[in-house]
Design a protein. Sequence first.
Length: 392
Amino acid sequence: MSRTIVALPGDGIGKTVLPESIRVLNAVGFDAEYVHGDIGWDFWCSEGNALPQRTVDLLKEHKIGLFGAITSKPKDAALKELDPQLRDKGFVYFSPIVSLRQIFNLDKCIRPCRSFKGNPLNFIIRTNDGFREPLVNAVIFRQNTEGLYGGVEWTNPPKQVRDAFETHPKMARFKNVPGEDLAISTRIMTRNGCRRIIEAAFEYAHKFGYKNVTICEKPNVLRETSGMMVNEAKIISKKYLGIDLWDTNIDAQMMWLTKNPEIYGVIVAENMFGDIISDGFAGLIGGLGFACSANIGDEVSVFEPTHGSAPKYQELNPSIVNPIAMILSACMMLDHIGEIEKAEKIRKAIEMVIEEGKVKTYDMMKLRGGPDVFKFGACTTQEMTDAIISKL
Ligand code: NAI
Ligand code: MG
């Protein structure tokens, strides 16, 4: 059965890497039609909305989005670039990714971090007699809609908010701080949100044979929110015999991941902690050129590399950026819709190219990005894709 996929290139190198992933999907024989969805900076500037309603409608209809990357800028910079005819009409810039997550309740973010054998960017650990290269195989489950990134925050909070906060004894020490000198960002978490991400993590561990699920929070300090996450995990873990429940503190976890990253399987965390821990693990397996992700909701799901639009490379022709993160994100899309064999085939092809070591993008050669990287033997974005396709 042919699928329809909403292709959302976005901005900058999103426009470069998305078509590369579609080339690979075609080459592996995935039968799909791609409909283009407008998203990103251009649409903010010209329409005052980086995520036009027509794109939301396309996703509602077709359920699956394959997304490149977008550019986003702070509020004031955004207003300056808005079409002059739209200024003073009340348009406010919102990140289209955050909007997507909220509109479709894409509350589960999955970020696998797996090292490829032979990747020159793999993390190594110094030992007494040399070094070792731990093979990382961790999958981060990040709660994607609540927590510190939930967006409930104020500078100079309104009086009712301040009054409400002051019912808490710990607010006493802020009592005399002038409103304009007081900023509050909340960390709101729901039991349902915690349960959904933890359930998803355990299900994944069960399905793919992981032996441990780690809750990475900070319950000794964030007693209420992290506490809820840890408590729910204890309850849910009872249903999964044979999978150990570990819990670590986010700060300690960042240290341990440079000591024994290979022991971790599935990791669960709140929005911001998940953001931090997934970047930490991504650094061990090659960085942004390799970091893929899925945003999963009950109806709609969107697959995207972790990296942004890398504007400084968008004009380079030929392009130098690594398409692997985007292609691995496309593999996650295939997994999600049950085309697991095709996903495995593509991952195997990527493995072969990396292990062979003949074709490398500039990041894999630890070069500074720029138009001259080819002189040093770096391949182009398209050549990397070609190499992967040739192994299929
Ligand atoms: P970025 O991820 O776009 O780039 C940071 C650096 O990482 C690049 O300069 C480049 O050296 C490297 N890099 C990124 N992708 C690469 C690839 N595929 N291959 C090789 N090297 C790669 O992050 P930055 O520069 O902080 O942000 C640029 C824009 O992207 C901003 O407007 C930001 O808001 C946006 N952004 C969007 C995201 C998204 O669409 N999901 C995520 C992160 C940032
Ligand atoms: Mg991030």
